[in-house]
Design a protein around this ligand. Structure first.
Ligand SMILES: Cc1cc2nc3c(=O)[nH]c(=O)nc-3n(C[C@H](O)[C@H](O)[C@H](O)COP(=O)(O)OP(=O)(O)OC[C@H]3O[C@@H](n4cnc5c(N)ncnc54)[C@H](O)[C@@H]3O)c2cc1C
Length: 388
């Protein structure tokens, strides 16, 4: 199976999702059957390297094809697309590896094999964010203590998109006796959420947008965790993967914007002469913003494909797209009228869905800190903290 086959299959799935849109947009939870269909379509291979039977060669060669699959999926269901984007996003920590020091080479190679083998069948996600961290992994408070040759993680996390669907989730904690956080992953399969085995549901996701992503808040209490086999390199790992991750999130939101514009255009086409001058201007500006969002997405991918350090361009693109997507949907709602407030209208759902992009890591404030400090630095951007 190659990326083109997977794209065609995912497009077909997205069409079935779109046909069921009114019901899907009212969902508050994920349907495991959707992910079974995506697995059978080969989507899970987006996070597996080609040498192990997957679709990923390197960022320059694969980012665009994986983004296009997510863009197509978002035409059908925003929440499923966002949860799906986490799979290649977190696996890119092992796909876009920084230079591995020789002392870690064997352990790293063994961990890559152990991670990628189940990744063709099992969904990966992340539950890294912590209340009070502002999306900054460097401010992680969760801890990981050693015992019986393993680590046990304690701390409160939120925004775990795909909770209950993802088999494995990447997270962060400060290892015992150390001062900096590091990356870990946890096996969530079959673990109850009542605290009896160290995992407790603190709050179910109740998002206005991306409403069915199950981005729950969870408390971990001495929960078994595996440390990434490149200890002490959390920033380098995040920096290496960050540009691809930014593109994946952008692809999802571009797909939502395109779908909303197409749906609005179909409605407007039925009564073009009814639009007031104000509505004509707003509609034209909405179309301009959708076009600009696509140009930003193209620029992000071009940077990943051609630049040795694409972090700044990708982050500029992500923040631009976040602004453009919100503004575009706002204008569409103004043009189409108060009925877009109704939950029976798709537009209010899409309006909230696209707002996710600005809050995905790095969220607004952190993103602008990074961009502003990069502008002051003669060395350019060190794109730390671009991870989901
Ligand atoms: C739709 C969506 C999906 C997302 N998916 C994921 C995902 O899959 N995985 C993931 O890791 N992240 C995910 N994120 C989170 C994202 O990456 C950012 O971490 C998040 O948007 C940052 O939230 P925040 O700005 O509210 O800051 P945060 O600091 O994360 O949250 C602020 C909250 O913490 C409380 N708070 C503030 N200070 C303190 C304090 N000192 N002690 C205790 N509480 C405090 C505030 O009252 C507030 O409720 C997602 C976000 C969105 C919107």
């Amino acid at each position: 199976m190659d990326a083109k086959n997977v794209l065609e299959r995912v497009k077909a799935i997205a069409e079935t999702f779109a046909a069921d849109r009114p019901a899907r947009q009212l969902r508050r939870s994920l349907d495991p059957a959707d992910f079974t269909a995506l697995r059978e379509a080969g989507f899970f291979l987006t996070g597996v390297p080609a040498e192990l039977g997957g679709l990923w060669t390197d960022a320059a060669g694969s980012a665009r094809s994986v983004c296009e699959i997510l863009r197509a999926l978002a035409h059908g269901d925003s929440s499923v697309a966002l949860v799906s984007s986490m799979h290649p996003a977190v696996l890119s920590f092992w796909l876009s590896t920084p230079k591995v020091p020789p002392e870690f080479a064997d352990a790293w190679a063994a961990q890559r094999r152990a991670v990628f083998e189940p990744a063709a069948h099992e969904l990966w996600g992340t539950i890294t964010s912590e209340p009070g961290s502002g999306g900054d992994v460097g401010r992680t408070k969760a801890t990981a203590v050693r015992g019986n040759g393993a680590f046990y993680l304690t701390g409160t996390k939120h925004f775990g998109s795909g909770s209950g669907i993802s088999s494995f989730m990447v997270t962060t904690a400060v290892p015992e006796g150390e001062t900096d956080p590091d990356w870990f992953f946890v096996d969530m399969r079959g673990v109850p959420w009542d605290g009896s085995r160290g995992l407790r549901l603190v709050a179910e996701w109740d998002g206005h947008g991306m409403a069915a992503t199950q981005s729950h808040s969870m408390a971990f209490e001495r929960f078994p965790a595996t440390r990434m086999a490149l200890p002490g390199h959390w920033r380098a790992i995040a920096d290496a993967a960050g540009p691809v991750i930014g593109c994946l999130f952008a692809a999802v939101v571009l797909g939502v914007v395109e779908t909303a514009v197409a749906a609005a255009r179909a409605l407007i086409a039925k009564r073009p002469n009814d639009l007031r001058p104000y509505e004509q201007v707003e509609w034209t500006r909405a179309e301009s913003e959708a076009w600009l969002a696509e140009q930003a997405y193209e620029g992000m991918l071009r940077a990943v494909e051609t630049s040795p350090s694409p972090g700044r361009e990708v982050l500029l693109g992500k923040e631009s797209m976040a602004d453009l997507a919100e503004s575009c949907l706002l204008r569409i709602c103004r043009v189409l009228g108060g009925g877009t407030f109704s939950r029976r209208s798709p537009f209010g759902h899409w309006f909230e869905d696209v707002r996710a992009l600005g809050f995905l890591r790095p969220p607004w404030g952190l993103a602008y800190d990074i961009l502003f400090s990069a502008a002051q630095s003669p060395l350019g951007l060190k794109p730390s903290r671009l991870q989901p």
